[in-house]
Design a protein around this ligand. Structure first.
Ligand code: F7E
Length: 335
């Protein structure tokens, strides 16, 4: 039985990846914050259904000794490093914390593995935000990086660290350059979930409008459940390589609104208001990925279309509101 370690197991990607690895017969361990263990109902909502099949280990991405301690306790075949401060807007608000957590966290993981288990295969969650002000379209593994936020910069540093450990110490370390990937488990701060949860709130009479920033930004949105399968495949190859994972389609935030509101028989133009506070100091205008290498070498393919993704997210939020008692509905709805 293979043993895997996932940092960020309680997040969207971590939860889907844990499910996928369990279905393949893996023993799955996940790193979580100690405070999260004290508040499992709220913090572990995405992995609640897996709790008796996974091993949660408390540690902090900011503490090398705590990570070293976990890696010294078990022998892992694969490590998926997903934990990060991943909200781009927050990285403008507090660039120092984002850089510290994201860069040092990755460095600590790599250094501890090198020290204790250099044969463990390592996956780093790279991001299309590394392309930033894009030099070409679509973007592939050879496209130069030009990050536009502290988050993007931290991911370029993590990518470089991962490649450096591969080249310097001959470790199997790879980066997935994943474009935006969403699902009904997406955090409410990201634009897709903000839209679908507010659509549900409007439908239920709990919200009257949706305040957004730049509606013209274009993103290549896929489904997280499809993307975690690519992460796993990247660690099963004869040679370590980095891969772009994307749908090859791009849509504006406006397109997403139109479709999501339309799914609930609403017209987004009646509800969406532009609010400057949600615009970023530097925007990534256009992302569209070319995942040819992943399709060719990994045999990776997607199951969800863009429309299926939006439908599933809207339905998930409508159903969740339907199932909540009145008082709780008011608390949960993001207006
Ligand atoms: O923004 C625009 C915003 O926050 C998407 C992360 O998972 O994917 C994600 O990064 C677009 C941007 O995701 C609002 O300006 C307009 O152009 O959903 P988002 P992101 O920044 O693309 C990459 C691949 C990652 O790696 C990241 O970790 O939507 N937008 N109005 C808005 N965005 C938000 N959040 N809220 C708004 O009101």
């Amino acid at each position: 039985m293979k043993r895997a370690l996932i940092t960020g197991i309680s997040g969207q990607d971590g939860s889907y990846l844990a499910e996928h690895l369990l279905s393949l017969g893996y023993e799955v361990h996940g790193i979580v914050r100690r405070v999260a263990l004290e508040d499992p109902t709220r913090r572990f909502s995405r992995i609640d259904h897996l709790r008796d099949r996974i091993n949660l280990q408390p540690a902090s991405m900011e503490s090398y000794p705590s990570l070293f301690n976990i890696i010294s306790k078990h022998k892992f075949d694969e490590c998926y490093h997903l934990a990060a401060q991943s909200f781009v807007a927050e990285s403008f608000a507090d660039g120092f914390s984002t850089m510290n957590t994201n860069i040092n966290g990755t460095h600590y993981m790599l250094a501890a593995l090198r020290e204790l288990q250099p044969e463990c295969r390592f996956y780093f969650a790279g991001s299309s935000e590394m392309f930033g002000k894009v030099r070409e379209s679509p973007q592939n593994e050879a496209t130069p990086f030009h990050p536009r936020s502290p988050y993007g910069i931290s991911k370029v540093a993590g990518f470089d660290l991962t490649r450096n450990y591969r080249e310097a110490y001959d470790m199997y370390c790879v980066s997935g350059i994943l474009f935006n990937h969403e699902s009904p488990r997406r955090g409410y701060e990201f634009v897709t979930r903000k839209i679908t949860s507010t659509v549900a709130g409007i439908k239920a009479g709990l919200a009257g409008e949706l305040r957004l920033g730049n509606l013209e930004a274009k993103r290549d949105w896929g489904h997280a459940e499809d993307y975690v399968k690519a992460m796993h495949l990247m660690l099963q190859q004869p040679e370590p390589e980095d891969y772009v994972v994307a749908t090859g389609e791009t849509h504006t935030v406006r397109d997403f609104c139109e479709l999501a509101f339309g799914k609930a028989n609403l017209d987004y133009r009646d509800f969406v208001k532009i609010d400057e506070q949600f615009c970023r100091p530097a925007e990534v205008d256009l992302l569209i990925g070319d995942a040819s290498r992943a399709r060719r070498s990994l045999g990776w393919k997607m199951n969800y279309t863009f429309e299926e993704l939006v439908s599933q997210m809207v339905k998930g939020d409508l159903d969740a509101l339907d199932n909540l008692p009145n008082k709780q509905r008011q608390i949960e709805t993001i207006a």
